[in-house]
Design a protein around this ligand. Structure first.
Ligand SMILES: Nc1ncnc2c1ncn2[C@@H]1O[C@H](COP(=O)(O)OP(=O)(O)OP(=O)(O)O)[C@@H](O)[C@H]1O
Ligand SMILES: [Mg+2]
Length: 248
């Protein structure tokens, strides 16, 4: 079987700044990868490249056995993505937005509405029917973006910080949903700074530091003995401890 994701020497430069440098990794179908790294490490840039939102400077991306550059639409049909800026259409209501997204995937309205109702119910997204997305709270927008990434039943899902700004009860629901997706054979990649969530959900991790891959593999293989994921992270990318603020 083809790998679900194959990155070969993936590089992205913005002018003088190299955001991602020579990133190579392979994910088997059904894998669940947690992509970690400090602010600015290149996580979002990587996700934008593999979901076709950003063109790499060089390197190769294969998703579900297809070369992304040669088959952008065939890839996009089969993946779900929640980018960092969510990119919702603010002047639509939540249900209208999901109709729009579902129709882009060629889904019939009844199927879209049925799945949307189930997702909204699970995620406690009960909102006034006429409320526009622009008036949703941050966490509510995030939940709508998650619904949009899942509504068409993708074979592979990329989520950029799905737990950021999400309340603890909903976090638990999202963890359950992601776990069920993995159980049903969907391949998942998420970024998060919440190491305990990553440790619980993702059997595989990749740690980026200044655009370079510092560690990749099963969490348990990367950790030494009883070491925590936090300690591993700090060992691999950690800067020196800073002193106290001079004015305190
Ligand atoms: N459009 C852009 N133009 C110039 N530089 C960019 C652009 N997008 C990202 N960068 C730079 O690339 C680097 C990686 O950014 P990226 O958003 O991928 O980091 P990240 O790992 O997602 O960080 P965070 O944890 O803060 O979300 C940063 O130095 C950032 O300033
Ligand atoms: Mg980011």
């Amino acid at each position: 079987m083809d790998p679900a994701l194959e990155l070969v020497d993936l590089t992205k430069r913005f002018g003088d700044k190299t955001a991602v440098e020579g990133l190579s990794l392979t994910l088997e179908p059904g894998a669940f990868l947690g992509l970690l790294g400090r602010n600015g490490a290149g996580k979002s840039t990587t996700l934008k490249m593999v979901t076709g939102l950003l063109k790499p400077t060089s390197g190769r991306i294969r998703v579900l056995g297809l070369d992304l550059e040669a088959n952008p639409l065939a890839v996009k049909r089969q993946i779900g993505a929640m980018p960092e800026d969510m990119a919702l259409l603010d002047m639509l209501t939540g249900p209208q937005y999901l109709r729009f997204v579902g129709r882009m995937y060629g889904m019939p309205d009844a199927l879209i509405d049925g799945r949307r109702e189930e997702l909204f119910d699970k995620l406690d997204l009960a909102v006034a029917p006429k409320l526009l997305l622009t008036d949703y709270s941050f966490g509510m927008k995030k939940k709508v973006a998650l619904c949009a990434a899942l509504i068409h039943g993708p074979r592979m899902v990329f989520l950029d910080e799905p737990f950021e700004g999400i309340d603890p009860v909903t976090s638990r629901t999202i963890k359950d949903i992601l776990h069920s997706l993995q159980q049903s054979g969907v391949t998942l990649v998420l970024t998060s700074h919440i190491l305990e969530v990553v440790e619980k959900l993702c059997p595989l991790i990749a740690i980026l530091d200044e655009g370079r891959l510092k560690g990749f593999g099963p969490i348990d293989d990367l950790k030494r003995g009883d070491e925590s994921l936090e300690q591993l992270f700090v060992d691999l990318v950690g800067g020196a401890q800073k002193g106290e603020l001079s004015w305190l």
